[in-house]
Write a protein that binds this ligand. Structure first.
Ligand code: GTP
Ligand code: MG
Length: 224
């Protein structure tokens, strides 16, 4: 289903059914903020300075151990370009976590965060797990000389929207792993809270149909 903008995208691990949970995560934000770079840094520990704008949508799979659980992350890298908006928003359904990214050297990408949030929250309410979690990331923090968005503005916006916030650099590998791990942790925390409240959302009952091959049913007893 995913297009192949890069041969390195693959599904090597996607047939691996040996996991406790599978979390679907999306990275969204304006074109060129560094979504693809962020994913490649996390999944492959690689970075390329060349800009190859994503066509449509792609994904990578990475399995991590967190809180004694084997968690398979299906991370979708969306195209930021407007022309792909209809395609990419269709993939929001069923997402449990979002990384909403802007570029600290690009004011427009920061101003667009609110629009992305409106788009995302509409889709979340329509299709996704009600408890989908969001992290705001200001990428390219290695480019201090070209910074136009102060860290404080990012922090204030994240507080206003109710998200946690990281500044990061895919290039210098700053806060990349931490971002994903924090997102996984808050998804787990939310799952536990929902289970405590016997929320049927955790059972997947409110999720729309999966656009990807459904994995083996995750255990219902999150102890993260
Ligand atoms: P679309 O696919 O069009 O939505 O863009 P994208 O958000 O995926 O951006 P991409 O990852 O392709 O990165 C855009 C450009 O920014 C590339 O030239 C990257 O090398 C560069 N870049 C990405 N992350 C960083 C970073 O942390 N620091 C610096 N200095 N450059 C970065
Ligand atoms: Mg991209």
């Amino acid at each position: 289903m995913a297009s192949a903008t890069d041969a390195r995208y693959g599904q090597k691990e996607s047939s691996d059914q040996n996991f406790d949970y599978m979390f679907k995560i999306l990275i969204i934000g304006n074109s060129s903020v560094g979504k693809t770079s962020f994913l490649f840094r996390y999944a492959d520990d690689s970075f390329t300075p060349a800009f190859v704008s994503t066509v449509g949508i792609d994904f990578k799979v990475k399995t991590i151990y967190r809180n004694d659980k084997r968690i398979k992350l299906q991370i979708w890298d969306t195209a930021g370009q407007e022309r792909y908006r209809t395609i990419t928003t269709a993939y929001y359904r069923g997402a449990m976590g979002f990384i909403l990214m802007y570029d600290i050297t690009n004011e427009e990408s920061f101003n667009a965060v609110q629009d992305w949030w409106v788009l995302m929250s509409t889709q979340i309410k329509t299709y996704s797990w009600d408890n989908a979690q969001v992290l705001l990331v200001g990428n390219k923090c290695d480019m201090e000389d070209e910074r136009v968005v102060a860290g404080e503005r990012g922090r204030q916006l994240s507080e206003h929207l109710g998200f946690e916030f990281f500044e990061a650099s895919a290039k210098d590998n700053i806060n990349v792993k931490q971002t994903f791990e924090r997102l996984v942790d808050i998804i787990c925390e939310k799952m536990s809270e929902s289970l405590d409240a016997a929320d049927p959302a955790v059972t997947g009952a409110k999720q729309g149909p999966q656009l990807t091959e459904p994995p083996a049913a995750p255990h219902q007893d999150c102890a993260c």
